[in-house]
Design a protein around this ligand. Structure first.
Ligand code: HEC
Ligand code: HEC
Ligand code: HEC
Length: 283
């Protein structure tokens, strides 16, 4: 019998673990996340006309503040007014997402209501504090995931128009073209192939222009595009072409790095990381 058969039967990663990492635990760490109940989805666009869930949240934060400030000032009437709003909106949470009823401090809500009715401001404050604890607990667990699921946009169906040709390519394909041009500039410049580097710079410029036209599918105003792909980026692109023409490798590397930060990394910081997380958890 083949004396090494046992070795081949072992899973390759396990062997890699033993050889390279010695005593380190090689099982990948897992993290269990609780996703928000699907019932919440209908309180977001497009199922709702506006982000109803989020607006209820903003209202409650305002109401808590008003209650604290009026109770501190000893103003019973206005405390009452805001307390009744908070109570109503807080109970709405359980109506909108019944699965979350257990997350709520409904007893303290009843107490707040009763204390407000009798003008017992100390008790109002105490009850509001207890209710506020449930805000923090739920947020720690669910807020980021709810945002990723229901408010981070989906880029999967987005298309980018290429020049004036009327042709379209997928958003992700357009991204992969951009990174190909960037690396082509770098490779060609490193090897002194000026013409190739200049052609790739020009391709990159056109690619960024086309990409810039796609911003309008979500952004109404010109400002976001200007911030990422505006005059500053154009200036860097001009400097890049000049540096290549001058055979100035140092300036080429520096300006290319500048473009990659301003035109790529800044946009990724806002859009891509959030979208990556959305894709990980989307049901
Ligand atoms: C059972 C869960 C839950 C409870 C309880 C809850 N929230 Fe929220 N809250 C959320 C979720 C989920 C989001 C994320 C919504 C989004 O951003 O689209 C959120 C977002 C918010 C936001 C907007 C994001 C921000 O921080 O700027 C505010 C404000 C807010 N909640 C206030 C409150 C207040 C005040 C209370 C308590 C009185 C409260 N919430 C109780 C689930 C909860
Ligand atoms: C699929 C929709 C979508 C596309 C396409 C898109 N964005 Fe955004 N962008 C968003 C959302 C959503 C936000 C977050 C804004 C918010 O939370 O209100 C955002 C935020 C931003 C911000 C930060 C806020 C600001 O105004 O400074 C910048 C900058 C930005 N986008 C630039 C761009 C650029 C440049 C493009 C095109 C290359 C682009 N975006 C394309 C959806 C999109
Ligand atoms: C809207 C702002 C925005 C700009 C500007 C931008 N990107 Fe992206 N990029 C994204 C988003 C969003 C994704 C995720 C797309 C997806 O996964 O479908 C992405 C994904 C990518 C990917 C991964 C593609 C894949 O196959 O997973 C690469 C590579 C990339 N971008 C390169 C670049 C380069 C290089 C630049 C600059 C020249 C750039 N991007 C400019 C938003 C942007």
């Amino acid at each position: 019998m083949d004396s090494l058969a046992w070795l081949r039967n072992l899973k390759l990663p396990l062997i890699a673990c033993i050889l390279m990492l010695g005593a380190i635990d090689c099982t990948a760490e897992e993290l269990a996340l609780k996703l928000p109940p699907t019932a919440i989805e209908k309180w977001y666009k497009p199922a709702s006309k506006r982000h109803v869930w989020l607006h209820n949240m903003f209202s409650m934060r305002r109401e808590l503040q008003a209650i604290r400030e009026y109770a501190d000032a000893g103003d019973t009437e206005l405390t009452k007014k805001w307390a009744s709003r908070l109570v109503k909106n807080y109970r709405k949470i359980a109506e909108m997402v019944p699965e979350w009823e257990d997350e709520l401090e409904l007893e303290w809500t009843d107490r707040l209501e009763a204390a407000a009715a009798t003008g017992d401001l100390e008790n109002v404050k105490q009850s509001a504090k207890k209710m506020a604890r449930s805000c923090t607990t739920c947020h720690r667990e669910y807020r980021a995931l709810a945002v990723a699921l229901y408010r981070v946009p989906d880029y999967s169906k987005l298309m980018v128009k290429r020049g004036n040709s009327g042709k379209e390519i997928g958003f992700r394909d357009a991204m992969n073209e951009l990174v190909t041009y960037i690396n082509r500039v770098k490779i060609a410049a490193t090897d002194g192939r000026k013409d190739v580097a200049l052609k790739a710079t020009s391709d990159l410029e056109h690619g960024l222009h086309d990409m810039g036209n796609s911003c309008a599918s979500c952004h109404r105003g010109p400002e976001p595009r200007e911030r990422i792909l505006g005059k500053q980026t154009q200036k860097l692109m001009d400097e890049l072409a000049q540096a290549i023409r001058d055979d100035d490798t140092k300036a080429t590397g520096k300006t290319l790095g500048g473009v990659a930060v301003m035109a790529c990394a800044w946009c990724h910081g806002v859009h891509r990381t959030a979208y990556d997380i959305k894709r990980l958890i989307i049901r």
